[in-house]
Design a protein around this ligand. Structure first.
Ligand code: PLZ
Length: 453
């Protein structure tokens, strides 16, 4: 028995249970939704228009008093739980001391500490440096800037089914035009989409898939013009595909041999999401640059590019920055997140969640032939739904079934998100605070939804 497990069992301010007391959405949510229609553009949509008043641990409470078990965590952001008490305390303290100076005018310790923690926790024991920014997309932008400066090359490569953000450059790096880029062009040039590894659909070994990717890069781009290859070790929006064994290491090896900066976009897969600090560790990767965001600050906006010191230092003084990047309050929250992850061995919770969730989903797969694939690692698990009878053959995507399950779950107090190029993937990315009981409870709701399809 180690003292790390039991010393700080979390105390929740909201009972960790689902509870539906009105129609979903309830009257207050409907009222707020009316107000919103007048002042928020339709381009900003909401997956579930229930308006949230409180959140704690793995539970969201809406303005009508309904409680939802949150299997989205704000798309993988509140990884250590909603309103985690040490994060709240650290941010509150920091609000009293200093809220903003701008690190590029007068610096402060919290920024430096986050950079130290990232140097320690990202893969590899080489010298590392970090620039802090505000969002995942901004981290991707900066990673590309730095890689271009370091290599003196222009081209950027990504993989099919990738998602990297909503800014002009990152729009061009996404696989799906709709809804992310449609009509928003002209898009940035010199971005190349190479085939990736999608074992359920391509049936390729890691070696075969890597040969195909590398062949594409050599023929279509040419290594000598390629600044960087940006990969999500486990694709997020694309549908939680775990690449075939050996695929990613072969890409990294090729990048190293050809002077191409290998960038791991760990914005969704990092920060203890998969039972390791970074998903790269599952594949033995030591990326040149690692991008962090989402879970890093417990819900406050913060993102980072961490990389080999000599690559990071290729940007000229004054070449990197931004008004809010590495904000003291967000940085203080991030320090608390790292402390929590280390102190209570929260990183191991990802494996617990996988053990509770994956076998239950595999059982459902035996019962329902619309479940074509069950995949993922840690607290990043998904099922891919196909049209009945096509699971062994054409695997025709079934986004209607995903939408029906999500709707049924919402009515019953379980918040689920879709994913996937065809919208036919149901993803589970709960906070690490979700209990085995809540997982079993949610699975029973999904079972009911599948039965009534
Ligand atoms: N890279 C791998 O998952 C964000 C998008 C939410 P930002 N994914 C959620 C939405 O609808 O906008 C993401 C990601 C990966 C980059 C990003 C971008 O991160 O913080 O949303 O800019």
């Amino acid at each position: 028995m180690t003292d790390t497990v039991s010393t700080t069992a979390p105390v929740y301010t909201v009972p960790q249970e689902r509870r539906i007391v009105t129609a979903v959405p309830g009257p207050r949510s409907q009222e707020l939704h009316q107000r919103r229609q007048a002042v928020v553009p339709v381009g900003v949509s909401s997956a579930l228009p229930v308006y949230i008043a409180r959140a704690n641990g793995a539970i969201l409470v809406d303005v009508d008093g309904n409680q939802f078990v949150d299997f989205g965590a704000g798309i993988g952001v509140t990884t250590i739980g909603h309103t985690e008490s040490t994060v709240v305390a650290a941010a509150a303290d920091q609000l009293q001391d200093v809220i903003h100076t701008l690190f590029t005018i007068t610096p402060y310790e919290e920024y430096v500490r986050v950079a130290e923690l990232l140097a320690e926790h990202t893969p590899g024991d080489h010298a590392k440096k970090t620039v802090l920014v505000n969002s995942g997309a901004e981290a991707v932008e900066n990673g590309v800037k730095i890689a271009r400066k370091h290599t003196g090359r222009r081209a950027v490569a990504v993989l099919d089914h990738a998602y990297h953000g909503r800014t002009n450059l990152t729009m061009a790096m996404n696989y799906k035009a709709m809804p992310y880029a449609s009509g928003f062009g002209p898009l940035a040039g010199d971005v190349y989409h190479a085939p990736g590894s999608y074992p359920y659909r391509d049936g390729l070994s890691g070696e075969e898939a890597a040969a195909r990717t590398i062949g594409y890069l050599e023929k279509v781009v040419g290594a000598s013009d390629l600044a960087c290859l940006v990969v999500e070790p486990i694709q997020g929006e694309g549908g939680f595909m775990v690449p075939a064994d050996g695929f990613l290491p072969a890409l990294q090896e090729w990048c190293t041999a050809n002077g191409v900066v290998f960038i791991a976009d760990e914005i969704q897969s990092g920060m203890a999401r998969t039972g390791r600090f970074y998903a790269s560790e599952h594949f033995g990767l030591v990326p040149d640059l690692v991008l962090s965001a989402k879970g890093i600050a417990g819900g406050l906006p913060l993102a980072a590019v961490t990389g080999r010191a000599e690559i990071m230092d290729s940007a000229q003084p004054g070449g990197l920055g931004g008004t809010f990047g590495g904000n003291p309050v967000a940085a203080a929250a991030a320090i608390a997140v790292f402390e929590q992850l280390e102190k209570n061995d929260l990183v191991a919770e990802g494996a617990r969640i996988e053990r509770a969730l994956k076998p239950a989903l595999l059982e459902l797969q035996k019962k329902y032939d619309v479940i074509g694939d069950v995949r993922g690692i840690g607290a990043m698990i998904a099922i891919e739904l196909v049209q009945p009878g096509t699971g062994e053959t054409t695997k025709v995507p079934n986004p209607e079934a995903v939408a029906a399950i999500i709707a049924h779950a919402a009515q019953n107090g379980v918040l689920l998100l879709n994913a996937g190029t065809w919208g036919n993937v149901l993803r589970f990315l709960p906070s690490l605070a979700v209990s085995d009981e809540l997982i079993a409870d949610a699975v029973s709701v999904i079972d009911d939804a599948l039965a009534s399809l």
